[in-house]
Design a protein around this ligand. Structure first.
Ligand code: ADP
Ligand code: ZN
Ligand code: ZN
Length: 732
């Protein structure tokens, strides 16, 4: 092919759901890989990211379009990040554009300059200037500005209002100038990076710290420590020498774990710039944090899943707290696992990585057993903190009151009388998970899902928890007109109602997604718990994660039976993790605690194991079962999901795929399906899936690549929405 003179070829990626890259012509000099360009695409102009300068294109030069403009002089992603994303594209077999653009803040996706926003700073015009002694505030403002220029916001928190500033500006003593934020090189700010008030480490902590600190290059550690055993203290101490050497540290936390409490522990220890990255930030905040991380202005980044894709100038260590948490896996679009990509990133950068948890994922335990991770254990709590006592309460033949047995109520009463707090868990919000006509048996079912509506009594509405559809509570039965509509089953609202009737003298707070939607309300509830406004805490698993309440001495899980009979093979692992997490809420301070589990199966081996032997023991036997059944982590899975408004379209698509795929699959690759999802119809869509499983990743990847290529040739594929999930953590 012939390329026009003074031009070259660019291979770019575009944020479109196509598994391919695109070539464009570009005038010389060509922008480097990692720069953005604007390009014509269809009848639109889009932002694209340059991946390479190919020598040749499959498309004839006369048909190639020319880019619009070069948007970056310097690459916005460095070579290391581009390599990580290229690997992720290959591994997850996902559309490259969606992978690369996932790593960019929204403003950069939209083509905005990769630059900090300038901010208005107030400057002193005349260093000698003064005002009359009566104008106290004006004098204060001048004194402050004599030291350094400040923004209106910074002055505001020091008690200087906008009006004062205007008055001084009118006298021509100060003026506003636009300038960039002051990015300091914290490496030169001295050696005193950490607060010297560190606790003395326990023997186990000291061992963990010294082993991690003596590691060189890529070395993965699994830090298994019971709740309250001081994992965070270990993180803080291993970070210190890394930070002292001028390198950055990335701390990944689950979605729900990024609380002011978490951040303030890092702030108290280190006198260094800390950034957070999470979904609650606005676009500008995100871009500024992203830039400062990339430029090295930030020493510590604490963030949720997507923070892993952020570029770092000098990344020296990655820490993943609560590594078992499923929020590290993205469940739609580019379905990556931040923990798995973090390991890859650490390997590429040749740096240590620490995975911490009280309840490590089976994958990580398996890797530790195989010698891929070094296992470090914290089995004790420092100081006087005690470990909770575990009780299994048999629900069989027991007369329950809103899901609470008399025995449990008695325990609740005892603790309340002692001035302690109690915490009750039920993973079902609303008043009742179904509404039923007592006269004719009619059930309120969602029209768009194979599911019942949940009755929300507070709002007097029916709510489908699967498609989010809501409608008012019917005044009478639509089928027989009876007014005898009753809830069946138990939700958190009902527990709250029963307990406020039984214990009117105590403060009760319910914490679930329904009453924490308003911004700041979750923090407000937590504050109320901490300052003793509430004694009875009822919640879904939202309440279980990471929050430390010293006065909680009793925690109870009201219904443990669901997990024992769930169809997903990971249900027991999840339940065990939740149970241990919930149990960790009791007895964290000096007060001994109790953990109660209500179940119809108190003799169930899993529950016995958990309550009496602990998570590690449970995991050991559960892993043996997985091995016997050749399930992950002893094999690898990939899941093709498909959905459409007509069941037949989905079935046809997957059946054709299987027919064409099977003859080419080696016998070592298992192909299960098409199977309907557990809830076949959701939000009006029929959902089916095809599961591929193999003993090694290479064979599985080859099978998936083949399947994706086949799908491209199937006409039936165009009538459905399909996706591929590599290493799925949920089978729907
Ligand atoms: P984890 O992260 O494992 O749940 P934390 O790091 O939050 O545990 O520690 C629990 C509590 O124990 C915290 O209040 C922490 O300050 C304290 N702590 C941690 N290590 C020590 C230690 N070596 N000596 C005294 N207190 C400690
Ligand atoms: Zn009826
Ligand atoms: Zn629904």
């Amino acid at each position: 092919m012939s390329i026009p003179p003074q031009s070259g070829l660019l291979r770019v990626t575009l944020p479109v759901p196509l598994r391919r890259e695109f070539d464009y012509l570009c005038p010389l000099p060509l922008p480097a890989p990692g720069c953005r360009v604007s390009v014509p695409f269809g009848n639109r102009t889009m932002t694209a990211l340059v991946l390479s300068h190919p020598a040749d294109s499959d498309i004839d030069a006369t048909k190639l379009k020319t880019i619009g403009a070069v948007l970056d002089e310097e690459p916005i992603l460095a070579e290391a990040e581009l390599r990580l994303l290229a690997w992720a594209t290959q591994y997850y077999l996902h559309a490259p554009g969606e992978v690369y653009f996932q790593a960019l803040p929204t403003l950069l996706r939209k083509g905005e300059a990769a630059a900090y926003r300038s901010t208005a700073y107030w400057h002193l015009l005349d260093a000698e200037a003064g005002v009359s002694a009566q104008a106290v505030k004006q004098q204060q403002a001048l004194t402050l500005l004599r030291q350094e220029p400040l923004t209106a916001g910074e002055l505001e928190v020091r008690g200087i209002s906008g009006a004062i500033l205007q008055a001084l500006a009118k006298k021509q003593l100060i003026e506003k100038r636009e300038q960039l934020p002051n990015i300091v090189d914290w490496r030169t700010t001295g050696t005193e990076v950490a607060d010297e008030n560190k606790p003395r480490l326990t023997t186990e902590q000291a061992l963990a710290v010294s082993l991690i600190q003596s590691a060189h290059g890529f070395s993965p550690f699994l830090l298994e420590g019971i709740t309250g055993s001081g994992k965070t203290e270990v993180y803080l101490q291993i970070m210190e020498p890394i930070l002292k050497s001028g390198k950055q540290v990335l701390v990944l936390v689950p979605e729900i774990g990024l609380t002011p409490q978490t951040i303030s522990r890092f702030q108290q220890r280190f006198k260094l710039p800390i950034s957070t990255l999470h979904s609650g930030m606005n676009e500008r905040e995100r871009l500024d944090a992203w830039l400062s991380c990339r430029d090295g202005g930030t020493a510590i980044v604490i963030g949720t899943r997507s923070a892993l894709l952020t570029p770092f100038a000098r990344l020296g260590m990655i820490i993943i707290d609560e590594e078992h948490d499923t929020s590290f896996k993205q469940q739609d679009g580019f379905r990556y696992h931040a923990r798995d990509l973090a390991l890859l990133r650490a390997r590429q950068l040749d740096i240590p990585i620490v995975l911490g948890s009280a309840t490590p994922s089976f994958e990580s335990l398996h890797n530790a057993a195989a010698g891929k991770y070094q296992l470090l254990t914290l089995s004790q709590r420092p100081g006087t903190a005690t470990v909770a006592e575990h009780l299994l309460l048999d629900s069989k033949h027991v007369q329950m009151n809103a899901g609470l047995s008399p025995q449990l109520l008695q325990l609740v009463e005892q603790e309340l009388a002692k001035g302690n707090q109690v915490m009750l868990f039920l993973n079902r919000r609303g008043y009742a998970p179904a509404l039923l006509c007592h006269d004719c048996g009619w059930l309120a079912d969602c029209e768009r899902c194979d599911a019942h509506y949940t009755w929300h009594r507070h709002s007097s509405r029916l709510h489908c928890h699967h498609c989010d559809h809501q409608r008012p509570l019917p005044p009478s039965c639509p089928s027989c007109n009876s007014r005898q509509l009753v809830g069946t089953g138990l939700g958190t609202e009902q527990v709250e109602q029963a307990l406020s009737g039984l214990f009117p003298q105590y403060g009760i707070i319910r914490i679930d997604r329904d009453n924490t939607r308003r911004k700041g309300s979750f923090q407000q509830h937590l504050e109320g718990i901490r300052n003793g406004k509430y004694q009875i805490l009822i919640g879904t698993q939202m309440l279980a994660k990471g929050h430390h309440f010293p006065d909680v001495t009793l925690v109870a899980m009201l219904d443990a039976d669901g997990a024992l009979f769930a169809s997903d093979f990971r249900a027991t692992e999840r339940f065990a993790q939740l149970y241990i997490q919930v149990a960790g809420r009791a007895g964290r301070a000096s007060k001994p605690g109790r953990v109660v589990l209500q179940t119809h199966q108190p003799e169930h081996a899993l529950l016995q194991d958990l309550a009496n032997q602990g998570y590690r023991h449970f995991a050991h036997s559960a892993l043996q079962e997985r091995q016997a059944a050749a399930l992950p982590p002893f094999s690898f899975q990939a899941l093709f999901r498909a959905q459409a408004t007509q069941a037949e379209q989905v079935q046809t698509f997957l059946q054709q795929l299987v027919q064409q795929l099977l003859p080419s699959l080696p016998s070592s690759v298992l192909c299960l399906g098409p199977l309907s999802a557990q809830m076949e119809r959701k939000a009006g869509q029929y959902r089916y899936q095809l599961l591929l499983q193999a003993g090694n990743r290479r064979e599985l990847a080859a099978a998936c690549r083949l399947a994706v290529a086949l799908i491209d040739t199937l006409a039936s594929a165009r009538k459905v929405r399909w996706s591929l999930d590599i290493d799925p953590v949920e089978l729907w």
